[in-house]
Ligand binder design. Structure first.
Ligand code: SF4
Ligand code: SF4
Length: 162
């Protein structure tokens, strides 16, 4: 079932002050909690079907590296310059991002990624809740929780430990 994104956003905004307080009080403990956080990531990733969601592919523009551009070009059998011209633009930080969102490679009817095997590194790593030293991404995750139901549940579960 598709998550209710308005409700997710509202709940994440409501919870964010508590999550930040948890971080301020438990920073040292969080640095030792990767195994626990990764277990929550696995649990909630199993419970939530990304193909029924795709909110990150609709809402967040991944940063795209030169290597990503080469991989995308290869998968589409296009020149890198043509990929840049058709799909990309530079953002305010001078990084490549998709020209428009939702992502041009997101399937309208089925949420499949048309370049899944060759998708950008940032897409492969999202939502970061399985990353080593997760505490370094905690504040980014507080923002991501308004978009991603996996992150929302992970932060809720982690902060209940406080
Ligand atoms: S490239 Fe694929 S995984 Fe990345 S945002 Fe687009 S549809 Fe989503
Ligand atoms: S990573 Fe999060 S936001 Fe992206 S599709 Fe999966 S549940 Fe949705």
């Amino acid at each position: 079932m598709e998550p209710n994104f308005d409700l997710l956003r509202a709940n994440a905004l409501k919870a964010s002050a508590g999550w930040k307080r948890f971080y301020a009080k438990n920073r040292k403990q969080l640095a030792k909690m990767d195994a626990e956080i990764h277990a929550y990531h696995a649990k909630f990733s199993d419970e939530i079907d990304c193909l029924s969601c795709a909110n990150c592919c609709r809402r967040l523009g991944p940063r795209i590296t030169e290597k990503d551009i080469e991989k995308i070009a290869k998968s589409l059998r296009m020149k890198t310059s043509a990929v840049v011209e058709k799909y990309l633009r530079k953002d305010e930080d001078d990084d490549w991002v998709f020209r428009s969102m939702p992502c041009p490679f997101l399937g309208h009817d089925d949420n499949y990624c048309a370049i899944y095997a060759h998708r950008p590194k940032a897409c492969r790593e999202y939502p970061h809740t399985d990353r080593k030293r997760f505490y370094q991404l905690y504040h980014l995750s507080v923002k991501n929780a308004a978009v991603c139901p996996i992150v929302y549940r992970v932060l809720n579960a982690v902060s209940e430990k406080g």
